[in-house]
Write a protein that binds this ligand. Structure first.
Ligand code: MGD
Ligand code: MGD
Ligand code: SF4
Ligand code: MO
Length: 720
């Protein structure tokens, strides 16, 4: 096996017990094989078959039986297999030396990490070490990360990159419904007669779900799109509401105002199944179409039309993503749109319901098993004494030893900058590219006394590390992920990590061992971890206890809650209008509109917003290395409306300088009629001087602590 420089025996000798996936079952006697697994990118988690030759992925085949995508894949899914053999792949640990990084052995690298953690904790206390995880990783790793931080590090400061992503939707879902999960399976979408797509560029970000939207349209559905840009899906919409960035809660209130005025709400449902509608009825009185137009920039007639389409439908689905969530009122925006769903009573039924479109591959599961600062496994609350007791007992530790709620991801970076947190371990997170105000993030990283990063590429953040540990790609481990519709699916082992690289959770377990907590991390296989996480979830808000790898494989995924081995799982929540709050009722929320943290003014007169393009993924560490995807969109462009461009004397492809109170970025202009004339947009997948986050605003939502990626004030000039 040319690709590996260790035999299986050598691997076992070096790293101890061999995980099940390295047994002959997968690796011997089969020179070529096709492995059914899932795409490593977005939360749709399309099924795919990877083609393997000599422990190397050499191609793919469609997996037509997997029901979600039935063999279809988007451009990223088609090319994802090319990362596996990439020359930049980290294959050994790296340690900082006087002239850059040098290769190191595992023992030396891990010893360094552990001795630094021990030194920092002895000097400054346990919480001076922080841990940052990620939602591209499996449920098993999410669980291990949380347990590692609480039991082995004993720090309260653990959080994850989903804080930049799903946090507003998650918090709002809990508040409104008492449970944090999309309410409906995606197969309900084609049965809806009206769809609202709020703040999602679904065709570029969830390409395979777009097919569900088209099926709905073929069945006669009307489609309403709410976005400051005419995205590809908006071009085919029946009604497009070009909202000014940062105004969604007002828009939702305006639509509800007209629905109430025209009597298109379900008073019986509201009375029988919800609480607190009266406050909302009172609140939205002020949001007349004229007043709402003034705030949102959406024509009053369009607001009325939206109210009529939505209000009079028989069945409907409301789907949203980061466009409404990446705000200092992200939670309020989501709750205001949920009001539109609850007011019609159209939820918990086939073809009627609601869902947030989960972003990362395991955006859903990554937020369920305890790698968030306020959460314990099984979706439990770290501040709830019963929940704490349950987990402490299960883990065999004293409840008083279980750390309390810590800081969220951006707050951890701020605390590092302020000199409170002195050491960091990060895995599957690239904050230098993905957190707002990168100058501030860079300053923080430079300030750390110790930083260990676990990644398979040397990300821009990892370049600031003292120790870089070579971890695993998705296909080099096994486990489960939970898709955006709440379906837990199985990732099968495909190949073994190359050379000296190691499976992520083996690294974490080894660190735990060296920190003296080895007995809590004695898992031999990912299946052992899954067994533990499902067992501990029993009776919690997020109950996986009836699941097993075997069942998940046989049933093509299982929707949680699944509280018993003979329970079929729960694709659609809230049947019969019963919600997950203790009284079984959903809750309306009445938040008056409030403006974004930064408004335009004479100095910075234009709205800046950011997001994605179809061929690039997140901070780009993966997709910027895949040739054919790079060709499709090689560098960031600034979308500018022709009217604004003309006023500023900018022609297509001219280099423009976009500045805010945080910094500036220079990129070529892309003049398009598809954006509001008062707004410019730059995708954020690039580092350094091409990073959109040089200029974004680090202001946080008070509840979810998500940053305001989607709106700040900027000035645009032609660069000399
Ligand atoms: N190709 C690709 N696909 C991806 C990803 C990727 O990086 N690349 N990432 C995955 C992840 S982690 C995520 S979170 C999802 C994100 O998926 P989306 O949320 O759909 O994508 P974004 O581009 O972040 O933002 C969506 C839209 O919000 C609009 N918007 C901006 N400001 C506002 C506003 O104030 N109100 C409203 N209503 N809309 C606004 C933008 O114009 C943009 O079209 O995509 C997932 N899929
Ligand atoms: N301006 C702006 N900024 C944004 C957004 C925006 O819309 N605008 N969107 C935000 C959103 S929604 C998100 S989700 C974040 C994402 O931001 P990040 O989470 O920082 O982005 P990733 O690219 O996923 O970074 C993950 C790193 O982990 C590595 N990695 C991936 N999978 C694994 C794994 O299984 N194991 C290990 N060990 N490493 C792995 C990758 O190589 C990469 O270096 O960005 C946010 N930042
Ligand atoms: S839609 Fe998402 S999961 Fe499916 S192939 Fe594309 S990136 Fe992968
Ligand atoms: Mo995300």
């Amino acid at each position: 096996m040319a690709f590996l420089n260790l035999t299986e025996d050598e691997y076992i000798e070096r790293y101890g017990p061999t995980p099940a996936y390295m047994s002959e079952r997968d690796l011997e006697g089969e020179p070529d094989k096709l492995v059914k697994t899932h795409c490593c990118f977005c939360g749709v988690q399309c099924g795919i078959q990877l083609k393997v030759k000599e422990n190397k992925i050499v191609g793919f085949e469609p997996w037509e039986e997997f029901p979600v995508n039935e063999g279809k894949l988007c451009p990223k899914g088609v090319k994802r297999y090319l990362q596996n053999g990439h020359p930049d792949r980290l294959t050994t640990p790296l340690m900082r030396s006087e002239d850059g990084f040098r290769e190191a052995g595992w023992d030396e690298a891990l010893s360094k990490t552990v001795s630094e953690i021990q030194r920092v904790q002895a000097t400054y206390g346990r919480d001076a070490v922080a841990f940052l995880g990620g939602a591209s990783m499996t449920n098993e790793k999410s669980y291990i990360n949380g347990k590692f931080a609480r039991v082995a590090l004993g720090t309260r400061n653990i959080d994850y990159n989903g804080r930049l992503c799903m946090a507003s939707a998650g918090a709002a879902n809990k508040l409104a419904f008492g449970i944090d999960r999309s309410a409906n399976p995606w197969k309900d979408i084609p049965k809806a007669k009206v769809l609202i797509l709020a703040g999602t560029n679904i065709a570029e970000c969830f390409p395979i779900l777009t097919d569900y939207i088209w099926r709905a349209r073929d069945n006669g559905a009307k489609i309403i799109v709410i976005d400051p840009r005419i995205t590809p899906i908006a071009r085919t919409a029946d009604l497009f509401l070009p909202v000014r960035p940062g105004r969604d809660s007002a828009l939702a209130h305006g639509i509800l105002h007209m629905m109430i005025e025209w009597g298109w709400i379900d008073e019986d449902f509201i009375a029988a199944h919800t609480n607190d509608f009266d406050a909302v009825r009172e609140l939205v009185k002020d949001y007349t179409p004229a007043h709402t137009e003034q705030i949102t920039g959406v024509p009053a007639a369009s607001i009325e039309q939206a109210a009529e389409l939505w209000g009079t439908a028989e069945t409907s689905m409301l789907l949203h993503a980061r466009g409404i969530e990446h705000h200092t009122k992200g939670v309020e925006n989501v709750l205001s749109y949920i009001n539109l769903v609850l007011a019609t009573g159209r939820i918990g039924k086939p073809g009627s319901g609601y869902g947030t479109l989960t972003g990362q591959g395991n955006g859903q599961g990554g937020r369920e098993h305890g790698q968030r600062c306020n959460q314990l496994p099984g979706g439990r609350d770290i501040n709830n004494p019963e929940h704490r007791e349950h987990i402490a007992n299960f883990w065999g530790i004293d409840e008083t030893k279980l750390p309390r709620e810590g800081l969220t991801a951006c707050e951890i970076i701020d605390d590092i900058e302020m000199g409170e947190i002195k050491a960091l371990i990060s895995i599957s997170f690239n904050p230098l590219v993905s957190i707002p105000d990168s100058a501030r993030t860079r300053k923080a990283l430079e300030k750390l006394e110790h930083f260990t990063a676990i990644d398979f590429f040397l990300s821009e953040t990892a370049q600031y590390a003292d120790v870089v540990l070579a971890g695993s790609l998705q296909e080099e481990d096994e486990g489960t992920v939970t898709t955006g519709e709440g379906r837990c699916v199985r990732l099968r082992p495909v190949v073994r990590p190359p050379a000296e690289a190691r499976v992520d959770w083996h690294i974490i377990a080894d660190l735990a061992q060296r920190l003296g907590a080895g007995r809590h991390f004695a898992h031999e296989t990912a299946a052992d971890i899954f067994e533990e996480l499902t067992a501990v979830s029993a009776g919690g808000p997020v109950d996986y206890s009836g699941m097993s790898y075997e069942r998940i494989e046989n049933e093509m995924g299982i929707f949680w809650p699944c509280p018993a081995p003979n329970h079929p799982g729960t694709p659609r929540l809230f049947a019969g209008g019963r919600f997950a709050h203790p009284d079984g009722r959903a809750k309306f929320h009445a938040f008056p509109y409030r403006p974004p943290a930064e408004e335009v003014d004479a100095e910075y007169p234009i709205f800046f917003t950011s997001g994605r393009v179809v061929s690039q993924y997140l901070s780009g560490t993966q997709t910027r290395r895949i040739g054919m995807l790079v060709d499709q969109y090689p560098e960031p462009l600034c979308e500018i409306h022709p009217h604004l461009a003309e006023r500023l004397g900018i022609a297509d492809s001219d280099r423009v300088r976009v500045s805010t109170r945080r910094g500036q970025i220079e990129v070529p202009a892309q003049i398009v009629k598809t954006i509001r004339p008062d707004t410019v947009f730059i995708p954020y997948h690039w580092p350094g001087k091409k990073a959109a986050n040089q200029i974004t605003n680090r202001a946080l939502d008070p509840i979810s602590k998500i940053p305001e990626f989607k709106v700040c004030a900027c000035k645009v000039e032609k660069a000399s």
